[in-house]
Write a protein that binds this ligand. Structure first.
Ligand code: HH2
Length: 291
């Protein structure tokens, strides 16, 4: 299914001005690496935690838990993108209805908040109401207004690789590189400097399990773009391809993937299970620094 065409929305006629200049990406990156982005899905149907935090009070409680567990960024999403397909598209209005009771409270917790949306109208509202980073799982290439909105807010943006179809024989690294080149060109034309772009190979999106594993193995090749890299392997199906397991049973596999990503130079990992990931990253770093 062409997910993004199915979720087409009215173009934002006016772009809300940014309430404040968000902290530059470089300052965020300087805190520590890799940063841990905790996932907050306020959806009924996310692939691993759908419905658990749909209630605004439960969403805020989970956001507090992510902070207590050591997250550096909170990524809030109000539409399931369901890697490996099967997402139920929602309208921008529905997405906003889900976000409105929650975003201010989450932003008030003091961490940078990214808005996980493929819709420019949703990004525009969220960036004017507490979010400071845009996270677009279509890398500025689906909603024609997304780059303009991101530029108008002066926000950093996560550009994620995605595909409508899975092609098992595809050279996935070449496809990702070509996709990133297109996204960076769109960003550049809209006035989004490269210093505001984070690149994400989109583990599980339009990829076979083998391709996701290959991308993780060859992640360091993507450093040639000169942008920080984000990896979101959390609970994804490629883990079950190696060790059959349900999404909630994939914490070990997720940590293995994120440790490998950190080793290869990932600047941000996007995870559901923040506490065990933070612990694993800190121990791996301590081992790396041991005499
Ligand atoms: N993965 C998901 C959603 N958003 N954003 C980025 N930048 N990178 C990712 O790998 C990524 C993402 C899918 O995970 P989840 O949010 O848990 O599931 P769902 O989309 O079903 O809500």
């Amino acid at each position: 299914m062409d997910l993004c065409k199915a979720t087409a929305m009215a173009s934002p006629r006016t772009v809300s001005p940014a309430p404040a200049q968000p902290a530059p990406l470089a300052a965020l990156m300087a805190r520590r690496q890799p940063l841990v982005m905790g996932i907050l899905n306020i959806t009924p149907d996310s692939f691993s935690d759908g419905g658990r935090f749909f209630d605004p009070a439960l969403a805020l409680a989970h956001a507090r838990q992510l902070v207590a567990d050591g997250a550096d960024i909170i990524d809030i999403g109000a539409e399931s993108t369901r890697p490996y397909g099967g997402a139920r598209p929602v309208s921008a209005e529905d997405e906003l209805t889900r976000l409105k009771p929650v975003l201010a409270g989450v932003a008030g917790l003091g961490l940078p908040v990214s808005i996980d949306t493929m819709k420019a109208t949703v990004a525009d509202w969220a960036l004017a109401n507490g979010a400071t980073i845009a996270n677009d799982v279509w890398g500025l290439q689906r909603d024609p207004d997304m780059a303009t909105v991101v530029a108008a807010h002066g926000a950093p943006v996560v550009v994620m690789h995605n595909r409508d179809d899975v092609e098992p024989t595809l050279d996935i690294m070449a496809d990702i590189a070509a996709f990133f080149a297109r996204s960076l060109d769109i960003a550049d034309k809209a006035g989004i400097g490269r210093d505001r772009v984070v690149l994400d190979p989109g583990i599980g999106f339009g990829k076979t399990a083998e391709q996701s594993l290959a991308v993780l193995a060859r992640l360091a090749e993507l450093k040639t773009f000169g942008c920080p890299l984000l990896v979101g392997a959390s609970r994804k199906r490629f883990i079950a391809h190696v060790v059959p397991s349900e999404p909630q049973q994939r914490v070990g596999g997720s940590i293995a993937a994120h440790l490998a990503a950190a080793q290869a130079g990932a600047a941000i990992v996007r995870v559901h299970d923040v506490a065990p990931t933070v612990q694993a990253l800190r121990v791996a770093a301590a081992i790396g620094q041991a005499p």
